[in-house]
Design a protein around this ligand. Structure first.
Ligand code: NAP
Length: 349
C-alpha cells in the first residue's frame, strides 16, 4: 500500500514529538510536512525542537523544514497538537481549506458536530463528521481525541457502562508534568509538591466522559446519564496519569464480573487490527500495589489503560486505580489511532 503523506501542526511540542516518534516507520502514514509557531518557522526541525524523548530524534526529520501553521503546502491529513488558544482558529482554517484535522486540543471537542473519539469506546461517533461537513459547508473536517486524563477514566468505564450501567463516578487524578507541555512548570513550583489545581481540567474530564459514553441518535450525541466528579492534581511524575476511581453501577455486579468485563474488552481497533491498536486495551493487574507509573506506563507501547486495586467502596460501590500514558494514549497515540480508524472506514479516501 502506498503510504499517505501527513503533517503535524505543533510538531516541536511534547505531543508533537510523540507524533514524530510514532510516525517513524508507520505502515500507512508518512510524515511529509510539519509546522509550529513563528519562532520555529523557517528553521530545520533539529534547530527548532528541544527534543525531550528518550529515543533519539529520527534522522529523517532532522533537516525537515518547520513551516508556519498555514494550509498552503500541507498534506490532506494533519495531526494537530497546538495550544488550545491557537488551535481554535488554526484548526478551522485548515478544515475550511479542505484538510482533515485530527486534533489533540480541547478547542472543538465539545462542539455538537465534532466527534470526540476513543476508537474502542465510541467508533460510531465518527459519523458526526457528515453533519459537520454539511452544516459548516467545508470539505475538510475536525476530529478530536479526549483530554489525557479523560482517556483512562472513559476506557475503564466503557465496559462497565455496557455490562452494568454506570450511575456515579468519583475520580481523583495524579497527573504527570509532561501533561503541561514543554517547558512546563517551574521546578520550584512542582519539586517536592502536589498542586491541587489544573485550570479547566476537572470540567473537561466531567463533560468529555459523558460525551464519550453517550449515544449517537438523530445525528447528535445524547450524553450518558451518569454523574461524574473529578479532582485533578499535578504531581512530580514525568509521564503517566494515575487515577483513583470510585464508581456505582445501575445493576448488581461482583468484583470478578468487573474484572472479566475489563479483560474481555476489545472493540473495532482490535478487530480491524489497526497498527497502533493495543492487543489488550485494558490490562488488569491483581498484585496489591499495581499499577505503578515506573512499572506499567509503557504497557502495550503506552496504548493500554492499566487497572488494579479493585475493592469495595463504602461510599459508592467499587473503587480501583487506573493508569494511562498521557502523551501516548492520552494524546499522539490517541490521534494516530483515530486517523487509522478513519482510514480503515473510508473517511480518508
Ligand atoms: N502533553 C499532554 O500530555 C497532552 C495530552 C493531551 C492533549 N494535549 C494537548 O495538546 C496540545 C499540545 O500540548 P503540548 O503538551 O505538546 O504543548 P507544548 O509542548 O507547549 O507544544 C505546543 C506546540 O504548539 C506550537 N505553538 C505555540 N504557539 C503557537 C502559535 N501561536 N502558532 C503556531 N504554533 C504554536 C509550539 O511551537 P513552538 O515550539 O514553535 O513554540 C509547539 O509546537 C495542547 O492543546 C494540549 O492541551 C496535551
Amino acid at each position: 500500500m502506498k503510504k499517505m503523506e501527513v503533517g503535524i501542526l505543533g510538531a516541536t511540542g511534547m505531543v508533537g514529538q510523540r507524533f514524530v516518534s510514532l510516525l517513524e516507520n508507520h505502515p500507512w502514514f508518512k510524515l511529509a510536512w510539519m509546522a509550529a509557531s513563528d519562532k520555529s518557522a523557517g528553521k530545520s526541525y533539529a534547530e527548532a525542537c528541544q527534543w525531550r524523548l528518550r529515543s533519539p530524534m529520527p534522522d529523517a526529520v532532522r533537516t525537515m523544514l518547520v513551516n508556519e501553521c498555514k494550509p498552503p503546502g500541507a498534506p490532506q491529513l494533519v495531526f494537530a497538537s497546538l495550544d488550545s488558544k491557537v488551535a481554535t482558529d488554526v484548526e478551522k482554517q485548515f478544515a475550511r481549506a479542505g484538510h482533515v484535522v485530527v486534533s489533540n486540543s480541547s478547542s472543538h471537542r465539545m462542539e455538537p458536530d465534532v466527534p470526540l473519539l476513543i476508537p474502542e469506546v465510541n467508533p460510531d461517533h465518527l459519523a458526526l463528521v457528515r453533519a459537520q461537513r454539511r452544516e459548516r459547508a467545508w470539505q475538510g473536517m475536525i476530529v478530536t481525541n479526549p483530554n489525557c486524563t479523560t482517556v483512562g477514566l472513559a476506557m475503564s468505564l466503557a465496559p462497565l457502562e455496557a455490562a452494568f450501567g454506570v450511575e456515579k463516578v468519583l475520580m481523583t487524578s495524579m497527573q504527570a508534568v509532561s501533561g503541561a507541555g514543554y517547558p512546563g512548570l517551574p521546578t520550584l513550583d512542582i519539586f517536592g509538591n502536589v498542586i491541587p489545581y489544573i485550570a479547566g481540567e476537572e470540567e473537561k474530564v466531567e463533560a468529555e466522559t459523558k460525551k464519550l459514553l453517550g449515544k449517537l441518535a438523530g445525528g447528535r450525541i445524547q450524553p450518558a446519564a451518569c454523574a461524574v466528579s473529578a479532582h485533578c492534581n499535578r504531581v512530580l511524575v514525568e509521564d503517566g496519569h494515575t487515577e483513583s476511581i470510585s464508581v456505582s453501577l445501575r445493576r448488581r455486579a461482583t468484583e470478578r464480573e468487573l474484572i472479566e468485563a475489563w479483560r474481555a474488552y476489545h472493540s473495532v481497533p482490535q478487530e480491524k487490527q489497526l497498527p497502533t491498536a493495543p492487543a489488550h486495551p485494558l490490562v488488569v493487574r491483581e498484585e496489591a500495589a499495581r499499577p505503578q507509573v515506573k512499572l506499567d506506563v509503557s504497557t502495550e507501547r503506552g496504548m493500554a489503560t492499566v487497572i488494579g486495586r479493585l475493592r469495595p467502596c463504602a461510599v459508592l460501590q467499587f473503587k480501583y486505580t487506573a493508569l494511562s500514558h498521557n502523551t501516548i494514549r492520552g494524546a499522539a497515540g490517541a490521534a494516530l489511532l483515530n486517523a487509522e480508524l478513519m482510514k480503515a472506514e473510508g473517511y480518508l479516501d
